[in-house]
Ligand binder design. Structure first.
Ligand SMILES: Nc1nc2c(c(=O)[nH]1)N[C@H]1C(S)=C(S)[C@@H](COP(=O)(O)OP(=O)(O)OC[C@H]3O[C@@H](n4cnc5c(=O)[nH]c(N)nc54)[C@H](O)[C@@H]3O)O[C@H]1N2
Ligand SMILES: Nc1nc2c(c(=O)[nH]1)N[C@H]1C(S)=C(S)[C@@H](COP(=O)(O)OP(=O)(O)OC[C@H]3O[C@@H](n4cnc5c(=O)[nH]c(N)nc54)[C@H](O)[C@@H]3O)O[C@H]1N2
Ligand code: SF4
Ligand SMILES: [Mo]
Length: 820
């Protein structure tokens, strides 16, 4: 029995380089249920992060009563992390939405029924579509947490039914940069590498990725290599002393802690080091890439000494990291929010791709690039076009691709919006603010906590002229502003598929009935399409399916011949465990890694984008692109470093960065309702470095106020192990579970990190900049004990004395069965 609150990663199963990761099956049941009392185990995968761990849901008397990992699943070999074990199902008995809510004459949200609620939605929608604004009056803001079948249905409704370009997901906040970096370098979205590459890598580079807390099972995989023979060296690029950074020190690697906002300077220096020392695969560069001369010229000024000044890291560490990259035979790189949520996000992430291309380190075992995802189904939002792109990685700017879709859906190509790039989420919110979008349909996301500059977001949601529909399982902070709230079935209550960060597709079967009248997102959108009577060119219903399987079959057809080929998959096949796409006649059992032959989908008729200038975001036109003659070669794109938009100054001398802790998922609608997880990290905190705290006269637990030009929050201080000048706040804590109003919590002050963050984004991916806000900090009053921050994570106190260790309590035990 293990306490997996105290021990996040569980028991080690070390293994040597080139050998398979041993299985270890983790399971956790409701303490009132014995294993032999479980009625059935339903195949699924965890939806609390992009790792996508294969699991089974325990069902007893029609209730979810636990989970266990699947030993035969290539993703996790049976393991689950704390969120999967404690947070994936324990919200079941909580305050779920069971009835639609409709705003009544007094302006209150009142319980209603489906016919009234959907009638109101359809009536408003029809009225707006008939108005002069037409489809442009509609905006859809969806998620990275629904199922593939739901996204595809929404995408077809939006593109071929309504004809609006205003559709995006919270994936814009999450993995837009992953998609952008893959498209810019390789011509199309699609992860080149595989998690299995960790089994034989000699070095693992983690760029702005706190994998130890955010993909805990993948990190267990890394730890098992570190403790086996021939361990890899770890290089961590993170301003905080995370567990990943500690592992870098332990393995003889490097921890580079750049000041937030300086990633791209660092990347240019690492690139320059490879070039200067000739650590290049010149044959690979010549045969499989374009742009080397420009790249070399761009990085030339970025000497280690120059960049050491910008990033405030030792020049020797930059040299040493480059040497590890340049001399290891097999390198895996992972990239996540420390890079993606910054002002040169796409440029810095493409630079990671470049390092691999320069040494020919991709497409073979041990050499993976993982431009990570965060949310469990973000990949599908992108694949299906629910992020505004065209489905199956088609290029909106390529008339042939548009015609293909029009043929598939049997609609006029002119219905499908392709006269301009799809509207990104930040712009959708702007159009709502300006009043041109009059109906905003929010599904599976909680923007009143997760978007930057919350005061502005609340003002937009409050506008009389904007009709807001919120589709969620809980009455979230956002739902409180809705005109209509639609109760959604969640994971375990519906059937569908989703794809993890390494292209592995899982089927999640329905385990139990949804609460009350809640319906799946698929059923809600099918109902909407019926009420709106969307038709194809022959007068037949536009949406030709009525259930998940039908949607999946339609999607398979849509992917035929595309890089993201699902044609060889079926629900039955997926019951055997996760399979990585493409799956087709040529690769019936799936494809572990892409681009082994050095050919990339960059041909003009194949690519998903013609690309952008990484510095300005300016689009490359089709003619210019053709003239480059990419011919299946990858692009080595580069850009100079520019300083961040809101650098610290005399008034706001600190850099505020925000992010996650291991125990909570985003705005905590699920994890905040799980007792063990809530106990482990009950409330917000502010992490200060010890020297900064001394200067401010702050001791552990004192209440501090953090203020930026956008807003302020107050929370207890944790004297942490971070670097001087940098303040960290977790973004998980809104105000929903302590009902208050508009950002205030009952004790009178806001605590959400996004009160402070600015409305700024990367010019290429349009991903918001959450990782660097200029801020000032002041002590408000003495505290009454240590901050409520976990001690088991990057937020561990610098001085552990007097701070109780984070641990589980009776009933939180997890069974681990190690298989040999
Ligand atoms: N426990 C948990 N796991 C999750 C989630 C969750 O909410 N909770 N969410 C999932 C989702 S959707 C996502 S997107 C992923 C996110 O996963 P991560 O990207 O790993 O998580 P973050 O904490 O947002 O940011 C990662 C690190 O970036 C560092 N950082 C901050 N500023 C900078 C910078 O300027 N440069 C560099 N190099 N690093 C910087 C932070 O110190 C932090 O340790 O996690 C997924 N997994
Ligand atoms: N300051 C700061 N802000 C950030 C970030 C950061 O690092 N710092 N990270 C950003 C990132 S990477 C992300 S991904 C976002 C996450 O931000 P959000 O998407 O706002 O976060 P969640 O709490 O996951 O919200 C998902 C909602 O979907 C609901 N839901 C779950 N499953 C279903 C379903 O099947 N159907 C429906 N209809 N609803 C469902 C949940 O109850 C929940 O309310 O936050 C972003 N915001
Ligand atoms: S690593 Fe991610 S997918 Fe796996 S159990 Fe944890 S939260 Fe779930
Ligand atoms: Mo995310």
């Amino acid at each position: 029995m293990n306490d997996r609150i105290a021990d996040i990663w569980g028991t080690r199963t070390p293994h040597g380089s080139g050998t398979a990761w041993p299985a270890r099956v983790d399971s956790h049941l409701d303490p009132s249920v014995r294993a032999d009392e479980v009625d059935r185990w339903v195949p699924s995968a965890c939806v609390l992060c992009s790792n996508g761990c294969g699991c089974e849901i325990a069902v007893k008397d029609g209730r979810m009563v636990g989970v266990r990992g699947r030993a035969d699943d290539p993703v996790n070999r049976g393991r689950l992390g704390p969120k999967g074990l404690y947070g994936s199902w324990q919200w079941e008995h909580a305050d779920r939405l069971g009835r639609p809510l409709v705003r009544d004459a007094r302006g209150e949200l009142a319980e209603s029924d489906w016919d009234t609620a959907m009638g109101r939605v359809a009536e408003r929608s029809r009225r707006l579509l008939e108005s002069e604004a037409g489809g442009l009056s509609h905006g859809f803001y969806t998620s990275g947490q629904l199922f593939l079948e739901e996204y595809y249905t929404l995408a077809v409704i939006g593109k071929a039914g309504i004809g609006t370009p205003h559709m995006d997901g919270n994936t814009r906040l999450c993995t837009a940069t992953a998609a952008a970096a893959l498209k810019e370098s390789f011509g199309s979205d699609g992860q080149p590498g595989s998690y299995r590459d960790l089994e034989s890598a000699d070095a693992v580079f983690l760029y702005g990725h706190n994998m130890a807390e955010t993909q805990t099972v993948l990190w267990a995989r890394v730890l098992d290599r570190i403790e086996g023979s021939d361990p890899p060296r770890i290089v961590a690029v993170d301003p905080r002393l995370t567990q990943v950074a500690e592992a870098a020190r332990r393995t003889g690697g490097v921890h580079l802690a750049p000041l937030p906002g300086t990633n791209h300077a660092l990347m240019n220096a690492l690139t320059r080091e490879l070039v200067v020392h000739g650590r290049l695969d010149e044959d690979y560069i010549a045969r499989h890439t374009l742009g080397f001369d420009d790249l070399r010229a761009t990085v030339e000024p970025y000497t280690p000494e120059h960049v050491a000044d910008i990033c405030r890291v030792p020049a020797a560490d930059i040299r040493r990291a480059a040497e590890i990259f340049g001399t290891s035979d097999r390198v895996v790189s992972t990239v996540l929010q420390g890079f993606y949520q910054s002002h040169q996000a796409t440029a810095a992430s493409c630079a990671v791709n470049n390092l691999h291309l320069l040494r020919g380190l991709l497409g073979r075992p041990g050499c993976g690039i993982l431009q990570m995802n965060g949310q469990p189904t973000a990949q599908n939002t992108r694949e299906c076009g629910a992020d505004g792109d065209l489905p199956a990685f088609r290029n909106w700017n390529n008339p042939d691709h548009v015609r293909e879709l029009a043929g598939l859906w049997n609609v006029d190509p002119l219905t499908i919006p392709h006269w301009a790039p799809p509207t990104h989420a930040m712009q959708i919110w702007r159009y709502c603010e300006q009043g041109s979008i009059r109906l905003l349909w929010i599904s599976g996301t909680n923007p009143a906590v997760s978007l930057p500059e919350l005061d502005r977001v609340r003002n937009i949601l409050r506008q009389e002229s904007l009709f807001v529909i919120v589709q969620d399982g809980f009455l979230t902070e956002t739902a409180r502003y809705a005109d209509v709230v639609l109760p959604a079935a969640l994971w375990g209550e519906k059937q569908g598929t989703f794809t993890n960060a390494s292209r592995t597709v899982h089927l999640s079967d329905r385990a139990v009935e949804p609460p009350g009248q809640a319906r799946s997102d698929l059923d809600i959108w099918l109902d909407y399409a019926r009420r709106m009577d969307f038709r194809d060119r022959d007068g037949a219903p536009l949406i030709k399916w009525t259930d998940p399987r039908g949607a999946f079959d339609a999607w398979r057809e849509c992917t035929r011949g595309r890089p993201v080929d699902y044609t060889g998959l079926s629900y039955d096949k997926l019951r055997g465990g996760g399979i990585p796409w493409p799956v087709n006649e040529r690769a019936p059992e799936g494809t572990e890694r892409l681009y082994g032959d050095g050919r990339f989908p960059t041909a003009p008729d194949e690519c998903e984008t013609y690309g952008h200038d990484l510095l300005t975001g300016g689009a490359v036109g089709p003619a210019t692109y053709r003239a480059l003659r990419p011919d299946g070669r990858a692009f080595l794109k580069s850009a100079p470093y520019v300083p961040p938009p809101q650098p610290p100054d005399e008034v706001h001398p600190y850099v505020l960065t925000t992010g996650r802790t291991a125990y909570h998922f985003h705005t905590r609608t699920k994890t905040g309702r799980s007792r063990p997880l809530r106990r482990a990290a009950p409330d917000a905190w502010v992490e200060l470095s010890v020297p900064d705290a001394a200067r401010l006269g702050v001791t552990e637990g004192d209440i501090v106020r953090v203020e930026s030009p956008q807003g302020a929050l107050e929370a207890p201080a944790r004297l942490g192990r971070g670097r001087e000048g940098v303040v960290f706040v977790p973004f998980h804590y809104g105000y929903g579970d302590q009902p208050g109003t508009d950002g205030a919590v009952p004790n009178g002050h806001p605590r959400a990190a996004n009160e402070l963050t600015p409305t700024e984004w990367d010019p290429v991916s349009k991903q918001p900049v959450y990782k660097m806000t200029a801020a000032r900090v002041a002590k408000v009053r003495d505290g009454s004990g240590p901050a409520p921050a976990p001690t088991t994570t990057a937020s561990a106190p610098a001085d552990p004395s007097g701070v109780p260790a984070t641990a589980g309590t009776a009933g939180d035990e997890v069974t681990e069965r190690i298989e040999d």
